[in-house]
Design a protein around this ligand. Structure first.
Ligand SMILES: Nc1ncnc2c1ncn2[C@@H]1O[C@H](COP(=O)(O)OP(=O)(O)O)[C@@H](O)[C@H]1O
Ligand SMILES: [Mg+2]
Length: 372
């Protein structure tokens, strides 16, 4: 029997970031060291159907493949991650899973919950951290409770805006100064995000943002902001990489600047003072611990060019993961090459799973209450 670890790599998914996930997963599957890992590709289509087999990546991209593709299902009954395959292949037992899913239905705790029920170790944050980090309102409230600085904000339900727009506008203008950013609470990739300079623009753009979520965050723009990102790796005693800087090709780091025009640049390490680097790395680890992070996260900061103040912008539990994405590049620059980073993430997943397995799941009361 081989002592290689069988690892399921899950990609695709019901998300606006489906395509990004396919690119990340292709890089990961290409780089997982084959002397340690046997890779089982598992793809989720845009409408949520699960498939496995060697042709699954091509199948998701082109709707067909000459290689094998089987409908697949992950059993939730704590058997340790058995992917049942149709097509007479029976089941494959997974030793660990790498969920390479960005955005809703993947990065938000839903798939992590299924993997917990299945009893299989998985890379990255658990249900709580994933769900908290996905919600810009809840995560901000947790960061504030830990004295981690974030830009001043107001949040409201889209229904509140529809009912009494003037009251919400008053609340925003009493608390914040233009220019402002409007964001759906649960999205990513800058989808539905607008920068507005006055009340007219605010009024025009809130309804557009509200097409993506029932909760809206309005936030003060950090003046002349630099975009600084840090990679965190570890479980209870996580570490932060050197910080990197993004130079967006547009006024802010919007969808086009991220994925379309290919003109955004980056610098690793970021050109910052020793003191700012220390502050950012400390805040990144504190934020990771505040949401009960595990495995990995990329923590993004905005640093004001005007006065050097540092604000935590957001924590991403499944950041872009191609070999040229910021997260792996930051570790590369900190002395950890991509394949070693992948191995380390799987080790962390197994370590955390073992720790959870050792916890009691039942309690023996002194009096047997079944007998009354
Ligand atoms: N308060 C802010 N001040 C300045 N720029 C901001 C602010 N909030 C967001 N931005 C800009 O908008 C981009 C996307 O916002 P972000 O909150 O990171 O959303 P997403 O989760 O979609 O990445 C940021 O990378 C930054 O360029
Ligand atoms: Mg962002």
């Amino acid at each position: 029997m081989s002592d290689r670890c069988t690892i399921g790599v899950i990609f695709g998914g019901r998300s606006g970031e489906h395509e990004v996930s396919l690119v990340s997963a292709t890089s990961i599957m290409g780089a997982l060291p084959r002397d340690r890992f046997e890779v089982v590709p598992i793809g989720i289509s845009k409408d949520g159907a699960w498939y496995a087999g060697n042709g699954v990546m091509e199948f998701l991209k082109r709707g067909k493949s000459d290689d094998a593709v089987y409908p697949a299902a992950l059993s939730a009954d704590n058997k340790g991650g058995v992917v049942a395959l149709d097509g007479g292949r029976g089941g494959v037992k997974l030793d660990a899973v790498f969920p390479v899913l960005h955005g809703p239905y993947g990065e938000d705790g839903t798939v992590q919950g299924l993997l917990d029920l299945a009893g299989v170790p998985y890379v990255g944050c658990g249900v709580l951290a994933s769900a908290v980090a996905m919600d810009k309102v809840v995560s901000k409230e947790i960061f504030i409770a830990r004295n981690i600085p974030t830009a001043p904000y107001v949040w409201f339900h889209a229904s509140e805006w529809r009912r009494d727009r003037d009251a919400v506008t008053r609340r925003i203008e009493e608390a914040l100064t233009y220019p402002l950013f409007i964001k759906p609470a649960n999205m990513g990739s800058s989808v539905g995000i607008f920068k507005v300079k006055d009340r007219d623009e605010l009024t025009a753009h809130v309804p557009e943002s509200a097409r993506y979520d029932r909760k809206i965050v309005v936030e003060e723009a950090v003046a002349d902001a630099r975009e600084i990102e840090v990679a965190v790796l570890g479980n209870d005693r996580a570490e932060a990489s050197v910080p990197g800087e993004i130079f967006p090709s547009n006024e802010f780091y919007d969808y086009d600047a991220k994925y379309v025009d290919g003109k955004s640049k980056d610098a690793i390490p970021a050109d910052l003072s020793e003191e700012t680097i220390r502050t950012i790395r400390r805040l990144a680890v504190e934020a990771f611990s505040a949401v009960d992070g595990a495995g990995l996260a990329r923590v993004d900061f905005l640093v004001s060019r005007a006065d050097g103040r540092v604000f935590l912008n957001e924590l991403n539990t499944l950041p872009g993961f191609t070999s040229i994405s910021m997260y792996p590049k930051l570790w590369q620059a900190s002395g950890l090459p991509y394949p070693d980073l992948l191995s380390r993430l799987v080790d962390l997943a197994i370590e955390r799973h073992r720790e959870k397995q050792e916890l009691l799941t039942s309690y023996q009361p002194k009096i047997d209450w079944h007998k009354g």
